[in-house]
Design a protein around this ligand. Structure first.
Ligand code: AMP
Length: 312
């Protein structure tokens, strides 16, 4: 695609320990920017900014580089890589964080390489809202800034989070986070409240129940692709966000161009459905554009009702 534009992604790079109903998996490559960049790079050149410790295998970074992901912004510092330990319920519908070890992530201050500062598309992964603001202060005004956050920051850093919301175009969060952020149970009302705080566009993810978009064009919904086997939902949200912004960057789309964001949501949901098929980012590491195209075809069939919806 001749006008595919680069996409800057800031977030965690991690080792995950996963307790799944199917078994336990240790030292799995993880982190929000890992998932987001693997998904985004199927569409556009992705540039990752993050930190790893001395224990992080260079082979993981090599794997990212071979998939069109720039790693010049990944700092390696002495110490241990960020580690997250999660345990899933038997039906995979919920998970508990057993342990979070910030390690080198505790002192992380994103440094945006000079060559990344004019990135036209930016995805601020789930990190401290002050760091998300710090990233925006270091770059030229991008065409689109999307951000994620989590319950922890909503509860502990409301002021900084509020400041961050005032500087982004698109917020991508899940339903629980939307309710917590707004203090409103009804998602449509919660969305109006959140959009008044800054982001003109809001996506609320609902896991296996799909995702809702709220913007000036109204409300839009994309389903999650129904799968017979779900192996590991870790990273599906980050994958969704990476694919979404990667797709917009590929088409050099303005977030306000009619239907661009709606189409991007199908690609985001398609990539999310691949992510959950295997442990960690394993499926994303082998995914091809042909695979993506065939799932998009399946999606088209899923929502094709064969004609008009006229009542008479
Ligand atoms: P998701 O399933 O989309 O919520 O993303 C899971 C990924 O988020 C895992 O790979 C974790 O390494 C990463 N993660 C978990 N907790 C945090 C945190 N507090 N800050 C940044 N990344 C995290």
């Amino acid at each position: 695609m001749p006008n595919a534009e680069p996409l800057l992604i800031v977030g965690s790079i991690a080792f995950d320990d996963l307790d799944m109903p199917s078994g336990t998996f240790r030292d799995v490559l993880g982190g929000s920017s890992t998932y987001s960049s693997l998904a985004a790079s199927l569409f556009s050149p992705a540039r990752v900014v993050g930190v790893v410790g001395s224990d992080f295998p260079e082979a993981h970074l090599d794997a990212m580089r071979t998939r069109n992901i720039g790693t010049d912004g990944v700092e390696r510092v002495a110490g241990k890589t960020f580690r997250w330990h999660g345990k899933y319920s038997a039906d995979l519908s919920s998970r508990t964080t057993l342990d979070t070890q910030l390690n080198v992530f505790a002192d992380f201050r994103p440094k945006i390489p000079a060559s990344y500062r004019a990135s036209p598309f930016v995805l601020l992964g789930n990190i401290h809202p002050s760091l998300q603001i710090d990233v925006l202060d270091q770059i030229e005004r991008p065409r689109l800034v999307a951000a994620d956050t989590m319950n922890f920051w909503i509860a502990s850093e409301p002021q900084k989070l509020g400041e961050m919301l005032g500087r982004i175009d698109l917020l991508i969060i899940n339903d629980e986070e939307a309710r917590q952020l707004s203090g409103i149970q009804n998602l449509c009302k919660a969305a109006s409240d959140i959009r008044k705080r800054g982001p003109s566009h809001l996506i609320i993810k609902q896991g296996e129940h799909g995702a809702l978009l709220f913007d000036k064009g109204g409300t839009f919904f994309v389903p999650a692709y129904p799968l017979e086997e779900v192996t590991d939902p870790t990273g599906a949200g980050d994958t969704f966000a990476g694919a979404l912004v990667g797709y917009l960057a590929r088409r050099s789309s303005s977030i306000d161009s009619p239907h661009a964001l709606r189409r991007a949501m199908f690609f985001a949901s398609a990539l999310g459905s691949f992510c959950v098929e295997d442990i960690g980012p394993k499926r994303l590491l082998t995914l091809t554009r042909v695979d993506v195209a065939s799932r998009i075809d399946a999606f088209r069939a899923l929502v094709d009702f064969g004609g008009s919806l006229a009542l008479d």
